[in-house]
Ligand binder design. Structure first.
Ligand SMILES: Nc1nc2c(ncn2[C@@H]2O[C@H](COP(=O)(O)OP(=O)(O)OP(=O)(O)O)[C@@H](O)[C@H]2O)c(=O)[nH]1
Ligand SMILES: [Mg+2]
Length: 496
């Protein structure tokens, strides 16, 4: 099935390329061009969530460099797309559709962009081109925090990410950050994501329990408490309908681990040599930690370390230094990353998003081309009709889309299937391997696979024909039937 996936994106790319050659409207041609570019580029993943959830810090951790400003007083005001570039460049994309390069410099480790006379309302979004290998396979979008409905920064994020009649959503997948303290995050997530099946859903959204190190006042067991809480969230049906999983993460520890300098490790070693009882007292509060008389390390250094690591990160680092497990930046950095939860988040991104990247891209490209078709209808109804027909044909003819939608429906709605049937359907519409999809062992011979596929076709076709079944259940059973048919064809073609 994986082998068949690139075809979908290639089909959509062919439609977009054809359209680009024939379309006369210059503005629409530019939009088609950007659809083509998106399909040829990497997956676009937006990092979203409430104000100060730790979005920019996570972005830096994923890139492995301090790019996005994250100071406590600073907030992200403009949507910023970080993409792989051959050189370093920042471009402002203005509301009117034009763009212009902006001057920038590296300040305190992060990027300081000069709007060069522009004001924030002039700018639709910024793009930052950066020669980072982390951005090869993924383009990351940092977004202003969602605050209130009337908030201008939130509006920018919503306009950029949420698809509507005038504009397609700009991301193929979403990482949504939520803090433990904000129980209302779930309703935020709901309002933000539940627009349509074509937008974010469990098939392309992962939630992160962010700033996990702050849980339980930064005690050394903070991350395991966070893991338990994340697990609880993940079983919440409301949340399960919106995203695939909940990963506990300390973006700060990850970012610092990836960028830790030797002089910082040396400062940690000096701090670790402080009398143990005194050190425990110091770590009770930020004020006590920075109290001038408390250590031979200067108060400035202590403040810097506190900013870079937080209380949990300091406790963890000092524990590692004192026990001798890690004492240099080269040892402490990776150990911090390991504790931060970043490897688990990367695994989620690699297993959930990466294998279906082309499909998710095709999905958002179709959405973008639909928006273009509606606008084209006004000046060139004949071309709009051809475009609609091509998109319809691609979407309906693509088994992967049917399965993606079936997976979504199975996750978000109770369709009245028993546990066993729901599990069988789940496997059929998600497992790439034909045998796994049918619940068979890896070595099952092809003739058996064929027979089981046949039984499966008959079972799900009968269920799909049930006149009393809800439409969504029919759709899922039809997708399952199509998958079983495709497995049957593979098994029949494979001989014995
Ligand atoms: N302890 C701790 N602090 C964090 C973590 N992530 C971010 N912070 C701190 O929280 C503050 C906000 O972090 P940002 O990454 O700028 O958060 P944001 O979500 O991008 O904020 P806005 O763009 O203003 O919405 C900064 O002071 C960070 O150092 C974390 O994992 N742990
Ligand atoms: Mg930010």
């Amino acid at each position: 099935m994986n082998a068949a996936r690139p075809n979908v994106a290639d089909d959509v790319l062919a439609i977009a390329t054809r359209l680009r050659g024939t379309i006369e409207h210059p503005e629409l041609r530019d939009e088609v061009q950007s659809v083509v570019e998106r399909l040829q580029g990497p997956l676009r993943v937006a990092i979203a969530g409430r104000v100060k959830a730790g979005k920019s810090t996570l972005l830096n951790a994923l890139v492995g460099e301090r790019l996005a400003p994250t100071d406590a007083g600073e907030c992200t005001k403009l949507v910023t797309v970080y993409q792989h570039g051959l050189g370093y460049e920042v471009t402002a994309h203005l509301r009117g559709g034009t763009s212009r390069p902006l001057p920038f410099r590296r300040a305190n480790g992060s990027l300081d962009v000069d709007l060069a006379g522009l004001t924030e309302p002039d700018v639709d979004h910024l793009t930052v081109g950066w020669p980072s290998s982390s951005l090869h396979a993924i383009t990351l979008i940092d977004t202003p925090g969602l605050a209130s409905v009337n908030d201008e920064n939130s509006r920018r994020t919503r306009t950029f990410l949420e698809p509507d009649a005038d504009r397609a959503g700009a991301a193929d997948a979403v990482v949504y950050l939520m803090r433990h303290a904000h129980r209302s995050d779930i309703s935020f997530l709901d309002a933000f994501m539940d627009r349509s099946v074509a937008a974010a859903s469990p098939v392309n959204a992962v939630a992160v329990l962010s700033r996990a190190d702050e849980i339980g006042a930064g005690r050394l067991d903070a991350m395991s408490s966070a893991a338990r809480i994340a697990q609880r969230y993940a079983t919440d049906p409301q949340l399960g309908a919106l995203c695939a999983t909940v990963v506990p993460l300390s973006g700060l520890i990850a970012e610092t681990g990836l960028t830790l300098r030797e002089d910082e490790a040396a400062a940690l070693r000096t701090l670790a040599s402080t009398d143990a009882e005194m050190l425990d007292r110091m770590l009770l509060s930020a004020d006590q930690f920075c109290d001038v008389s408390a250590s031979t390390l200067t108060a400035e250094w202590r403040r810097d370390l506190l900013d870079r690591l937080g209380v949990f990160g300091l406790r963890l680092s000092l524990d590692m230094v004192r026990s001798g497990r890690a004492t240099t930046a080269a040892e402490l950095g990776p150990a911090l990353v390991e504790h931060s939860g970043l490897p688990a988040l990367r695994r989620e991104l690699d297993t959930r998003f990466a294998p279906r990247a082309r499909l998710l891209q095709a999905r958002s490209a179709i959405q973008a081309l639909r928006v273009i078709a509606r606008r084209l209808e006004i000046t060139d109804p004949a071309s709009a009709a051809v475009l609609d027909r091509d998109l319809e044909r691609t979407e309906a003819g693509t088994l992967e889309f049917a399965m993606l939608r079936a997976e979504h429906l199975l996750r978000v709605t109770d369709l009245g299937f028993g546990d066993d049937q729901a599990r069988q359907l789940g496997l059929l519409v998600t497992a790439p391997d034909p045998r796994t999809a049918l619940g068979l062992e890896a070595q099952t011979p092809w003739p058996t696979v064929r027979d089981v596929a046949l039984t499966s076709i008959s079972r799900w076709r009968t269920r799909a024909a049930d006149p009393l079944a809800q439409p969504a259940a029919v759709e899922v059973c039809e997708a399952a039937t199509r998958r079983a048919e495709s497995i049957f064809a593979t098994a029949a073609g494979a001989g014995s």
